[in-house]
Each structure stands twice: as C-alpha cells, then as structure tokens.
Design a protein. Structure first.
Length: 258
C-alpha cells in the first residue's frame, strides 16, 4: 500500500501524525535564523539545499522545519521535506539487486529527494517482525539511532514492507549519492529524509548507505571481525563501488534476543 508519509504501526505506540511542537510566531513569508524559534539551532536550507556539515565524514545533525502551527507562510524556506517529492523518479529492475530507483532528471547536491516512509514501530514490534523473517525475505525495517546531548539514545524504527513509498526500493551503496537525515516537522517523530550527497545526473541510480554514514570508512580489524562472526546472516553487497565492503551493513540489535 502506497503512503507518502509515515503511519502508525501495528503496535500503535507512536503516532507520527500527532502535532506536539509549538509553532513560531514569525509574521513574515519566510523565517530568518535567530529570529525564528524553529531556526534557533541555525539555518537548515539555502535555496532548497540542505546546509551540509563542514567535514564530509561527520554525521548529519537533526533538522527542525516550520510546522502547521507556525504563523509563517507556506513559501517559507524552512519548509522543504514536508512538501514531499519534487523530482521525477523511476522504479526499475536491476541486474543483481532486485528493484532499484533512478532519477529521470538532474538533482543538485543538497536537494531533498525523497523520504523513507512506512509504519513507525516500537522496538518490540520491530523485533517481532525481524525475528519472523526467513533468509529469503527482504528486510526493509530501518533503525535510526540519534545520540542526544544527555547521553540517551533515541531510536526510531520504520518498516515500509506493507505500507510505504518509493524509498523502500532504494538500494545500498558503499559510495552512495544520497544520505539520510532525521527531519522533524510536527513532533519528535522524525521524517527519514534522503538528500543528494553530490550532483546526480538524469538516469543515475539512487542509493544510500544503510549504515547511516555519508561514506563507508575503510574496514578496520573490528569491522572485519564482525564480518567473520555474522557472515551466516549477512547478505552480499552488489553495489560495485571501489570501496565495496562485500556485505550489506549489519545491525544485530533486532535479530538478537532482547
């Protein structure tokens, strides 16, 4: 079932459509940094393009957009992801990776491409669904962990297996042209937004690093050890990049017994 936005999962613990953030009181058509409560952490976008970290290897910081309670106009420059898909994309059959997604038009670096939308689950439901999978099943459940200033880790689980959008067909690459950023609009439940990591030509396949990094790092001894330990469950990577890690990123948290 197609849905452009996140929906509440089967466990019903999290409602991604609930509005809990207060809106800004800006009376201008477009908010400006420091004068807008939604931009108190700095400017998010510049001409629709996400402002990228100074260093490529850094993780992306969370983004807070203006929301339905804000008094600014719909044309506010701090409203990007909430406007949804703006590019023509095509789902196609790849040679080795099953279905994939490619763009039919040029996408500039920093532009929002699409959201990875689906059912927002609690840990127990995500764990139960993962445990029920067989080796032949595709695993679409993504676990996003954000490290808070307090030291606590906030987890978000999204499963587009049964309800989702075009994002579910995106393949992994060890040298991706997209990267994922948690973007919040109406509440602390984030939209998992995918932005262009580089200029992307028409006809090029779209991909992101399932591990959440901009680019995979060189395999360390620790990484090699994890490969040896988990090869039985890991799936081969066919991205074809020069730095391919041979296997898709592996997160054992949903496969192990809690």
């Amino acid at each position: 079932q197609y849905s452009p936005d996140n929906v509440a999962g089967a466990d019903g613990d999290i409602d991604p459509t609930q509005i809990t953030f207060p809106g800004c009181s800006c009376l201008t058509s477009s908010c400006v940094v420091h004068a807008c409560s939604c931009l108190c952490r700095g400017e998010n976008y510049n001409s629709l393009c996400l402002r990228l970290p100074d260093k490529e290897e850094e993780y992306a910081r969370p983004v807070f957009e203006c929301n339905s309670m804000c008094q600014c106009g719909e044309s506010c420059q701090n409203r990007v992801v909430q406007r949804g898909l703006q590019f023509r994309l095509e789902v196609f059959k790849t040679e080795k990776k099953g279905w994939g997604v490619r763009t039919l038009e040029f996408i500039a670096k920093g532009r929002f491409v699409c959201e990875y939308a689906g059912e927002v689950l609690g840990f127990n439901e995500a764990h139960k669904r993962t445990q029920a999978q067989t080796s032949k099943d595709s695993n679409y459940i993504i676990a996003v962990r954000e490290h808070l200033h307090s030291g606590r880790i906030m987890e978000t689980f999204v499963d587009p297996t049964y309800i989702g959008n075009v994002g579910r067909f995106l393949n992994h690459s060890c040298e991706p042209n997209l990267f994922m950023v948690p973007v919040r609009v109406d509440s602390m439940v984030p939209k998992l937004a995918l932005f262009a990591a580089t200029d992307i030509s028409a006809g090029e396949e779209l991909s992101y690093d399932y591990s959440g990094r901009f680019h995979n790092l060189t395999i360390t001894n620790r990484g090699q050890k994890s490969l040896e330990e988990d090869n039985r469950l890991r799936k081969p990577c066919y991205c074809g990049s020069r730095t391919c890690a041979s296997f898709l990123p592996w997160d054992s948290s949903l496969f192990s017994t809690p």
